[in-house]
Design a protein around this ligand. Structure first.
Ligand code: SAH
Length: 360
């Protein structure tokens, strides 16, 4: 018996094409292809068995030839502010996190693209657990699918690739995932509501820029000079700030800079002035993020006064800025924290062992 085709690893058009051919080859009407394809993402079914609109024999036939794997939720925590955090176990025992963040009429799902991360940013919990592996297409898009399969489902309106891992180092999978999330025969989430966040992996930024859809780009800047950025983010050696800023300028849509405020480290007025020049230079919007405690004990969050003063300097420089609220602090809902709590840390590996860049 040949291995079953995992329908959730395919972009919707391709899945639909194969299902149509399969249906016809087995004496079913061609429209069955689109009918089954709709049950992958748009109106997902947990199993073929549960696609009750199909003849039973055809459902059994589908189950013999195709697979529809699930992510197993091993923990679900709800914060007082409504944020919900999920820990999913993967078939090989790895674990990843997703966080659903409600805000007014929107609910943003923060998804993971890798199990662990090779980049070792100094303040990040995921970096401390080291890199395990890239996630497969279905494991990334599946995080969103699982929200639709909950009872009651969580209606996700926005996606951010700000969970575990560096999406641009798994572009081979992230590229088709973007198609699945956006396609009308996939999850149907508008491209402007999908944000890919990166430390500044240049080939990945170029690949995202080359896509015709209006996907959004966020860049984790965190320091306005190479000297400081190198200390906080080792990747700055490979992709220095000036090149990252250049890539942001070349990106034809508006870019967001992410800037985690670390008390006494990167939150002085001088840093704000430098950051203001960089942001102005490429028309970037700046998100000031309070440090989530638990990422790294050697850092402390900026005081509210510092935070406000920092934002004021940026505004004075003509830069649009938002001060983000820390969400889900009581459930350790920052990058990698739940997994670290539950499963312990693994010894960190060096980034150069695993930090291969995969661009389609
Ligand atoms: N690797 C990508 C996406 C994952 S991290 C990236 O770095 O952009 C998503 C965001 O969370 C990044 O901006 C990251 O720097 C930030 N982050 C990591 N640890 C944090 C912490 N302890 N507190 C606040 N933000 C954190």
């Amino acid at each position: 018996m040949t291995e079953k085709v995992n329908l959730l690893d395919l972009v919707p058009d391709e899945a639909e094409r194969r299902l149509r051919e399969f249906a016809v080859a087995h004496g079913e009407a061609a429209y069955r292809g689109a009918q089954v394809a709709r049950r992958l993402w748009t109106n997902p079914a947990p199993t073929f068995e549960r696609m009750s609109e199909l003849p039973r024999a055809f459902r059994e036939l589908l189950a013999d030839h195709f697979s529809l794997p699930r992510l197993e939720a091993v923990a679900r925590q709800r914060s007082a502010d409504g944020t919900e955090k999920f820990l999913f176990r993967l078939p090989d025992g790895e674990a990843i996190e997703s966080v659903a963040i409600p805000e007014g009429s929107r609910t943003t799902l923060c998804i993971s693209s890798q199990a662990g991360c090779a980049l070792q940013c100094a303040f990040c919990a995921t970096g401390r657990m080291g890199f395990a592996r890239n996630l497969a297409v279905w494991e990334i898009a599946g995080q969103v699918r699982e929200m639709r399969l909950l009872d009651p489902p969580i209606a996700i309106t926005n996606i951010v690739f700000m969970g575990m891992g560096e999406p641009m180092m798994n572009w081979k999978a992230v590229d088709p995932v973007l198609t699945i999330l956006n396609a009308s025969n996939g999850m149907g989430i508008g491209a402007r509501h999908i944000t890919v966040s990166t430390v500044g992996v240049l080939p990945g930024i170029e690949a995202l820029a080359a896509r015709p859809e209006q996907f959004r780009l966020a860049i984790s800047i965190h320091a306005p000079s190479d000297a400081l950025r190198r200390e906080l983010m080792p990747i700055n050696v490979k992709y220095p700030l000036a090149e990252v800023i250049e890539a942001a300028r070349a990106f034809d849509r508006r870019v967001t800079f992410e800037y985690v405020l670390l008390g006494g480290v990167n939150d002085a007025v001088e840093h704000a002035l430098q950051l203001g020049r960089l942001a102005k230079d490429c028309g970037a919007f700046v998100n000031l993020i309070p440090l989530h405690p638990g990422g790294a004990l050697e850092f402390k969050p900026s005081t509210p006064e510092r935070t406000v003063a920092f934002a004021r300097e940026l505004r004075r420089a003509g830069v649009e800025v938002a001060i983000r609220k820390s969400r889900g602090v009581d459930i350790a809902a920052a990058c990698g924290q739940l997994r670290v709590e539950r499963l312990g840390r693994r010894p960190p590996r060096r980034p150069d062992q695993d930090g291969h860049i995969q661009v389609a």
